[in-house]
Design a binder for this molecule. Structure first.
Ligand code: FES
Length: 256
């Protein structure tokens, strides 16, 4: 079991968690973990914000049953797999412009810190209303813009994370600049067996869990990913509602 050492509420739906899991402490910027609160829960992928000697920190946004269970009930996690995925390549690019949406600020911060150490000049445009970890972003990035309307900057590399639609828009805004984007896909096993996380890149399927999650945005079939975003929406809604009922019953029993 992996104790949750800290749980800080940043908003009604978003928490900052510090989790004890020694094997994840070696994670590199851009990698992720799979978390499972109990033996019977569905595992979910989460990006790493930071590592420390005995584990990692991450942002958890409540989007369904498992994420709710983690922030609402869990004091420890049954299973933590990782670090997973290919790290983001940390090089001296020059001017790097990040575009983030919602929880995307977490992986962006870890990558930005490493790019800054390499001597890059880094700009951030955060594009969603919720802007978690804003103060930390202001410390790490050379420039921070908070605006929904996408602006174009001089860039040797563009990075996007947090939304497939955002990444798709950047392909049109920056037809000639290299863009590295994290794809948002469902994941089940994260070891390359279930194929749930397939991504069409230049006409062939690759796997986000093993080959990604970072890809050349110019080569990704974003329409295909966006179309699949709602595939399990109904099942997720039902599972979430069922879980809330279980919690309610527990609460009533506790009060009785
Ligand atoms: S999550 Fe199953 S193959 Fe990637």
């Amino acid at each position: 079991m992996h104790p949750i050492l800290e749980k800080i509420k940043l908003s009604d739906a978003v928490y900052l968690l510090k989790i004890s899991a020694k094997h994840t402490a070696s994670a590199k910027p851009g990698q992720f973990v799979m978390l499972q609160p109990t033996e019977l829960s569905e595992p979910i992928p989460l990006s790493i914000l930071e590592t420390f000697d005995g584990g990692f920190t991450c942002l958890v946004k409540v989007v369904g049953r498992t994420s709710y269970q983690i922030v609402e009930e869990a004091q420890e996690l049954y299973y933590v797999a990782g670090p997973l995925g290919k790290p983001f390549p940390i090089e001296d690019y020059g001017k790097v412009v990040f575009y983030t949406y919602s929880w995307g600020i977490a992986p962006a911060l870890m990558i930005a810190k490493a790019l800054k150490e390499k001597g890059n000049y880094i700009t951030l445009q955060h594009t969603s209303e919720d802007f978690y970890l804003r103060e930390e972003a202001q410390r790490v990035f050379d420039e921070v813009i908070h605006d929904k309307g996408l602006k174009v900057f001089e860039a040797d590399l563009v990075v996007s994370v947090g939304s497939n639609s955002l990444s798709k828009s950047l392909v049109f805004l920056y037809p000639n600049a290299p863009i590295k984007s994290m794809v948002n896909v469902h994941m089940l096993d994260a070891v390359g067996l279930c194929l749930v996380c397939r991504v069409r890149v230049e006409g062939s399927y690759v796997l986000a869990c093993c080959d990604g999650p970072w890809f050349d945005a110019h080569k990704v079939d974003w329409d295909n990913l966006i179309e699949r975003e709602g595939t399990y929406q109904e099942q997720e809604r039902v599972a979430f509602e069922e879980y809330k009922k279980i919690l309610k019953r527990k609460e009533l029993k506790g009060n009785g």
